[in-house]
Design a protein around this ligand. Structure first.
Ligand code: ADP
Length: 905
């Protein structure tokens, strides 16, 4: 088949791979190559890269342009895609005969050289955009405005380089020459791993080979798929959302290759890169991907040796070790020339990278009290680790550390070069993951549809571990008689059911109603192991520990425990739970179902000995846990796990699981435990709300309370508190990222209305819809001292905005209304504008208060903005209206902001 035919026939597939995952990077790389090969001329490129057009438009345009150019061009396009796409995305695609890209003569102008070398330049300049811009600025080729346009934070570093190259081309030959000169200079000053002096000996090369192959073997499969065996990391890996925040709070999206790049650097003197994210957000998997790509020489190519460590495994190392022993015993043993290899490492820190997965699971909290800098002296593991992270030992070696954010205190922050946040999957990422997981497209479609029909479940799936569970348990999910899971506890019960189902000899779907009771013995044994070890910050178990608890081979074969994937030299088998959250879930089951547990087990979980530092007290049930006693450092690390456990205990004891648990645990015992939970939580919440300081006059920052409760349980608390204990909502309440339902809001506001000092509420990133806006309208109408309402990133449409507008028009006190990231559209903007216009009489009632309205990303077009401008003419108390990311062209934005200076685009 000819290559134009191949392109035509595979058009849908080619479109899908170049758009899949929502990143423009694959398309950009293909365009770089086609420009370099002179398949595309500059005009073609401009006709494809049209700003404001969707990615799919650009890909279609590319396919059309190349198709029109005929056979040779089509061969080159297929060759470029073959080169750019990762192996897993190429499966099933046909790229035709290998096409030889004819080597052209070196171009004779600097501008053409930039084009011919574009693919390489993008890679080279990515780490040195600042330097290049500086050179262009100081030679007068670029203005500050040019530099700002290149470095807009919405662009990834690679995109910034491409903008830079495009701008240089636009400026002409002098600018192009300046850039080439700059590149030449940096090449000569930068240490090159190929230099003679850096050149590794044969023994070092052998060691590298051995290390690469053991790292590759270790990172090839994903542990959660260990039992089933047929998923390699390549098959299933889906890019997560990575962000860095600069000093001013602006965030930039990063690619995997930028984790150790310069973007987002906060401290040039430090060498430790932190990847932080909640449990299950994919930190270990990301690191594993980094390892695998390094082992294949596909990423981090300037790193000669990469040493991967797991903090949970380092916990089990009780010997004192030197750095040399740590590297060789825990990662890879050099078969020849041990001293020579170690000397090479010491001499070339810039060619070495260490990774430490799960610092939050390391038994001891970080401290920089004990200094140690001798690579051959034996010291306890914590001393070794902390000195590596600080850079006291092996300064210059890059370290990548993953952790949950809670475990990173100020003492460690000082040693961080930058912090990258891993935010889980984007909506496109969820779809992509499900499609990779299910080879049957019809099944993938059904799972995606069922997720889209359940916003609670869909929002859970942004966290990859939940996405994995939901996808894995799709059968139970799609065929569930007990309704679709609504809470995290429901999801984990589903996983439990799924694993037991898998091992049961009954035909599919026949797991009886009393399935939990049938497997109670296994559940309790696993639960005991989970709880006891959580309390001791232990996540890896020997066979002996399993025996002590009475866990049999059959229990282990259920699949909740897996063998540790370990590079270290050790003979005995070791086990860990599939995921730390699963260990927490078993611990919670044990707390709830164990009849013999002492009476204080529940309250102990919520109480004193596991309290946390006040700076860490912002997450989960943190503030509900007593923090009155002095902190003991070593407990910091287990606190988040015990919080998750407490959350599961709350979920399991809620009414919705009554039927399931009733056969496993006497009602009286369960009710007693439920009462204890409610009591502990209400005490904790009251204590926390009371501890919020009163705002001082003019204070800008809103006090925040975060509360990640199981939403249903949250409602229960409110219900249980009515009449007797009374929930005290003081001046402000922030419940962002909480899955709070519209019904939950009604109850919360009912409570708030009774509280004189309740004046601010932040509810961004929940799943609020128009069904709750009437409650806010009512709040605004009835509470004339209310100050701030933040409803960003919810699902509010024009109807909701109309209701809010109604409330706003009769309110005299509100100073801040945040609605970014909803879908209020022009109709909603118009309704708000009317409210502002009509409330002019109220301006007299609040001459001193200024009002700020945030409407970024709300699908508003010119029409809506014009209504707002009209309203602003009549209303001087509005200080600002933010309208970034709406449906307006840059020209329209410029024109409209000239008409009204209070608009911010
Ligand atoms: P964390 O280290 O943040 O607790 P993990 O990396 O252990 O999270 O992720 C938990 C599970 O979620 C993994 O075992 C895997 O099944 C799934 N997962 C996480 N990240 C990804 C990813 N990028 N692509 C595919 N699956 C992922």
């Amino acid at each position: 088949m000819s290559t134009p035919q191949l392109i035509l026939k595979q058009r849908a597939e080619l479109l899908a791979v170049l758009c899949g995952g929502g990143s423009a990077e694959p398309l950009d790389c293909v365009l770089d190559l086609l420009l370099a090969w002179e398949v595309l001329v500059w005009e073609d490129y401009l006709s494809i890269q049209v700003a404001e057009k969707a990615l799919s438009y650009k890909v279609r345009q590319l396919l059309d342009v190349v198709y029109d150019k005929g056979e040779d061009a089509c061969s080159c396009l297929l060759a470029a895609m073959n080169q750019v796409l990762p192996e897993e995305q190429k499966a099933g695609l046909c790229f035709g005969e290998e096409c030889a890209v004819v080597g052209k003569n070196r171009p004779d102008t600097a501008t053409l050289t930039l084009l011919a070398d574009r693919p390489v330049l993008v890679r080279k300049l990515r780490d040195n955009i600042d330097g290049a811009l500086n050179a262009l600025l100081t030679t007068g080729c670029f203005t500050i405005k040019d530099c700002d346009a290149v470095q807009l934070p919405i662009y990834t570093p690679s995109q910034q380089v491409r903008r830079l190259l495009d701008q240089v081309r636009f400026k002409g030959e002098t600018a192009a020459k300046t850039l080439l000169q700059f590149l030449e200079q940096t090449e000569t000053t930068r240490p090159n791993p190929e230099d003679k002096e850096n050149h590794p000996s044969a023994n070092c090369m052998l060691y590298q080979k051995k290390l690469r192959s053991s790292v590759a073997a270790q990172s090839h499969t994903l542990s959660t798929y260990g039992g089933t065996g047929h998923f390699s990391l390549d098959d299933i890996y889906t890019d997560g959302l990575l962000e860095v925040m600069d000093g001013s709070g602006e965030t930039t999206t990063l690619g995997l290759e930028d984790v150790v790049g310069p973007v987002g650097t906060l401290n040039d003197d430090a060498d430790t890169f932190l990847v932080s994210g909640e449990a299950g957000s994919g930190k270990s998997t990301l690191l594993q991907r980094l390892h695998l790509l390094w082992a294949r020489e596909a990423l981090l190519t300037n790193i000669f040796l990469l040493f991967p460590f797991s903090c949970r495994k380092l916990n089990a190392e009780h010997r004192e070790l030197s750095l040399k022993e740590l590297l060789f015993l825990h990662c890879c043993w050099p078969d020849r020339g041990q001293d020579e290899v170690f000397q090479f490492i010491l001499d070339h820190p810039n060619l070495v990278l260490f990774t430490f997965d799960g610092l939050d699971e390391f038994k001891q909290g970080f401290t920089d009290e004990e200094r140690h800098c001798c690579p051959t002296k034996q010291v306890p593991i914590p001393v070794l680790l902390f000195n590596l992270l600080q850079g006291t030992l092996m300064k210059g070696v890059m370290k990548v550390v993953t952790s949950r954010p809670q475990a990173v205190g100020p003492s460690l922050k000082r040693y961080l070069r930058k912090e990258v946040l891993l935010k889980g999957f984007s909506p496109g990422g969820i779809d992509c993951f499900v499609k990779k997981h299910h080879s049957d497209p019809a099944m993938a479609r059904r799972v995606i549809e069922s997720l889209q029909a359940n916003s609670v479940l869909l929002s859970l799936c942004h966290i990859p571990v939940f996405c994995w569970i939901v996808t894995k348990c799709h059968q139970e999910l799609l065929g569930s008689q007990d309704g679709i899971p609504q809470t995290i506890t429901d999801v984990y019960l589903l996983v439990l059911q799924h694993f037991f189902q898998r091992k049961s000899y009954q035909p599919q779907g026949v797991l009886g109603k009393a399935w939990l009771e049938e497997h109670l013995d296994t559940v309790l044994k696993l639960g005991q192991l989970a709880l006891e070890s959580l309390e001791a910050s232990c996540y890896v178990f020997s066979g002996y520990e399993l025996q002590r608890i009475g866990l049999t081979e059959q229990d282990v074969s259920m699949g909740f425990l897996i063998y540790c994937n370990d590079l270290s030299v050790t003979d005995c088998k070791r086990y860990e739970f599939l995921h730390i959250t699963l260990q927490c879930f078993f611990a919670a089951l044990y707390v709830v179902l164990n009849r013999n547990s002492d009476r204080s087990a529940v309250s102990r979980l919520f109480q004193s000995q596991y309290r946390q530092l006040s700076s860490l007290s912002q997450r989960c049930l943190g503030h509900c846990i007593d923090s009155s006693v002095e902190e003991v450092e070593s407990h910091v690390t287990e606190t988040p796990n015990l919080q998750i456990t407490a959350q599961f205990v709350s979920g399991l004891l809620s009414q919705r699981h009554h039927n399931l648990l009733q056969e496993c645990c006497p009602t009286a015992v369960r009710e007693r435990k439920a009462k204890q939970v409610v009591k502990s939580l209400s005490k904790g919440m009251q204590r926390h709300f009371k501890s919020i300081p009163r705002p001082v006059e003019g204070e800008k920052k809103i006090n925040e309370v975060q509360c990640c409760l199981d939403p249903k349980f949250f409602q229960n608390i409110l219900k249980n508190k009515e009449g007797n204990t009374g929930l005290d909502i003081s001046e402000s309440c922030s419940l962002r990222n909480n899955n709070i339902s519209d019904e939950g809001i009604r109850k919360l506001l009912e409570k708030g209305m009774k509280c004189e000092r309740f004046q601010k509420i932040a509810l961004f990133n929940n799943n609020l819809t128009d069904a709750c806006t009437q409650h806010f309208a009512w709040l605004l109408k009835s509470k004339q001292n209310f100050l701030s309402l933040r409803l960003g990133n919810n699902n509010i449409t024009s109807q909701g905005a109309e209701q809010l507008a109604e409330g706003l028009s009769s309110n005299q006190s509100l100073q801040f209304l945040g609605l970014w990231g909803n879908k209020i559209g022009d109709r909603g903007a118009e309704a708000l504008a009317d409210a502002l216009r009509n409330s002019t009489t109220l301006i007299w009632l609040r001459p001193l208060s200024f009002f700020s309205l945030r409407l970024n990303k709300n699908c508003i077009s010119r029409e809506g903005v014009e209504c707002l401008i009209e309203a602003l003419k009549m209303n001087s108390s509005v200080k600002e209206v933010w309208l970034r990311g709406n449906n307006l062209s840059p020209e329209e934005e410029e024109e409209l902001s000239k008409q009204e200076s209070r608009l911010t685009f």
